[in-house]
Ligand binder design. Structure first.
Ligand code: AMP
Length: 347
């Protein structure tokens, strides 16, 4: 079986073609700066058009879709009705979902006979119990506006948890893990018997850890203060929290590698804050899980930075924990989901 995976961002398009028998990547393309001034491609359509691939030899195209809301608890084959349902979720992920939808539409026009499968970042966390996903806010905010925790990076947490179970020689259904996806965006997941029971990202990917340029957990009253006392608009506050905070806000750089090379106080503080927040989440999830078979590091920082891993593991609470470092592969996970969805259609 040959599966193509498309990850369409606001100005980028990642394309990978897999042979699912061997799990080998047959073709890989990354097109960036789509639609930007002076760029080679003015639209996702032109970008995909430029990829030289024989769509007639492909069994399905998997699409990363960031937000599945409460509607999508599994990956789905996209038809007109599904596409309009995904569109209703745009307000929940205004930066990401419209780009993902654009990717689906372009692929549909290019390969109209091939199954398009939507794989959501949120579905892995659909198993969270209500006490994990509810905010302590007036209930109508959930009922009427679907304000709740969703969690993200689901394909990554799912992929590395299954790989971890294999390394441990256990079935995923009986494995408890804390998976740490530490990249520019970062999240932690508590996995009980193979299922997500809690995760650090929430209604949006802003909650949780200290990230490259996102603040993670803060007192929400700070948002009110910025608006009331500093006169910031909604868009300005959004920019502060998502684009100017995290490591960037603390020390002026968002790239862990470059922050680690520095010796000044603000760089030191940024790393200490990142590490401390990770430790707090691990501790909390250990309390929830009771038994943890392994802590699993992944993502650009988790996979590559021994310094950060060692710093996190300094906590005496984690001394006896088994630690695994597993390279994530979100595209392969999406391709695997396509195979599963196609096979369940046949059953
Ligand atoms: P990602 O978003 O998963 O691509 O991860 C990006 C982050 O990983 C950036 O902060 C990089 O600085 C960090 N990173 C990548 N390689 C290394 C490394 N060898 N040491 C420390 N951080 C790294």
């Amino acid at each position: 079986m040959r599966i193509a995976v498309i990850n369409a961002g606001s100005s980028s398009l990642k394309f990978k073609l897999f042979d699912m028998q061997t799990k080998k990547v047959l073709q890989e393309e990354l097109i960036e700066h789509i639609g930007e001034k002076g760029a080679k491609f003015s639209s996702h359509h032109d970008a995909l058009e430029s990829i030289d691939v024989d769509f007639s030899s492909i069994d399905a195209i998997g699409h990363r879709v960031v937000h599945g809301g409460e509607i999508f608890k599994e990956s789905v084959i996209v038809d007109t009705e599904i596409l309009s349902l995904i569109e209703t979720l745009n307000p929940l992920a205004p930066l990401h979902n419209p780009a993902n939808i654009e990717g689906i539409k372009v692929a549909q026009s290019k390969a109209p006979k091939i199954a398009q499968v939507a794989v959501f970042d949120t579905t892995f966390h659909a198993t969270m119990p209500k006490e994990a996903y509810m905010y302590a806010l007036p209930h109508e905010l959930y009922e009427e506006h679907k304000i709740r925790r969703y969690g993200f990076h689901g394909t990554s947490h799912s992929y590395v948890s299954k790989e971890a179970a294999k390394e441990l020689g256990q079935s995923i259904e009986s494995t408890n893990l804390i998976t740490l996806h530490l990249g520019n965006g970062a999240s932690v997941c508590a996995i009980e018997n193979g299922k997500s029971i809690d995760t650090s990202m929430g209604f949006t990917p802003l909650e949780g850890l200290v990230m490259g340029s996102r603040c993670g957990d803060i007192d929400p009253a700070i948002v009110l203060y910025m608006q009331r006392e500093m006169g910031l608009s909604v868009a300005e506050v959004d920019k502060v929290l998502n684009k100017k905070s995290g490591l960037l806000g603390i020390c002026g750089a968002n790239d862990v590698r470059s922050v680690l090379k520095r010796e000044d106080e603000s760089a030191d503080l940024a790393i200490k804050m990142l590490v401390r927040r990770v430790q707090k989440y691990i501790g909390a999830y250990m309390a929830l899980l009771g038994r943890v078979d392994a802590l699993v590091f992944t993502g650009g920082i988790g996979e590559n930075s021994e310094y950060i891993r060692e710093a996190v593991l300094q906590s005496p609470l984690f001394r006896d924990s088994k630690v695994l470092v597993i390279k994530t592969d979100e595209e392969l996970e999406i391709a695997g989901e396509c195979v599963r969805v196609l096979q369940s259609r046949k059953d």
